[in-house]
Design a protein around this ligand. Structure first.
Ligand code: COA
Length: 167
């Protein structure tokens, strides 16, 4: 998919191909690191960089086609990213478009880019006959929850976790 550049904002949204993978990894790493810094949970950047690449690539190579939509600014730099994989919903036995990640560079937020990325993901899913999108969001990420709710997402399940020190 190629999209025209918006003449007023200079942004362009397109479906990225394999050639943009390295730039995508770097963008995701930067935004993920900023989120960790905000939460006060960041450690050593060098270690994080290696861990991030390992986990990103493990997910990338896991079963299912990887679909990336990116927002490019007027210098063709990535300022927004949505990563989608189609999965089986094993409760209702239907295909589902699962949003692995969506992120917009902090300097470009609240300009409707996140919504436009979700629109592209929704259009893509529908074109494949898939009529539901899902994602995981941390309860602490209040801004993202507001953003998703605003788009029409509703919570339908809990993810439960227990720390394992002893049984
Ligand atoms: C969540 C995120 C992708 C939203 O991107 P965005 O481009 O700023 O979102 P939009 O401008 O399209 O917002 C659409 C609507 O969502 C709501 N919204 C978005 N960000 C919000 C915020 N920080 N606080 C409250 N409402 C918000 C608003 O209703 C907004 O419409 P409005 O600006 O007309 O009021 C972006 O904040 C981000 O990258 N966050 C860090 C990464 C992250 O947490 N990703 C989610 C991981 S699960």
């Amino acid at each position: 998919m190629r999209s025209e550049r918006d003449p007023t904002t200079g942004y362009k949204i397109l479906r990225a191909d394999e050639s943009m993978l390295e730039e995508i990894v770097e963008f995701d790493r930067r935004i993920s690191w900023e989120l960790l810094e905000d939460s006060g949970k960041h450690g050593n950047y060098e270690e994080f960089q290696q861990l991030h690449r390992r986990i990103f690539m493990a997910l990338y190579e896991s079963p299912g086609d990887n679909v990336f939509f990116v927002v490019l600014d007027s210098d063709n730099k990535i300022v927004g990213l949505l990563w989608l994989k189609e999965e089986w919903d094993t409760v209702y036995y239907k295909r589902q478009a699962f949003i692995i990640d969506i992120e917009v560079d902090a300097r470009h937020r609240r300009r409707g880019l996140g919504k436009r990325l979700l629109d592209e993901a929704a259009k893509y899913a529908l074109s494949r006959g898939v009529n539901s999108m899902a994602l995981r969001v941390e309860l602490a990420n209040k801004k993202a929850i507001t953003f998703y709710r605003r788009y029409g997402f509703k919570p339908i399940a809990y993810i439960m976790e227990r720390e394992l020190e002893r049984v």
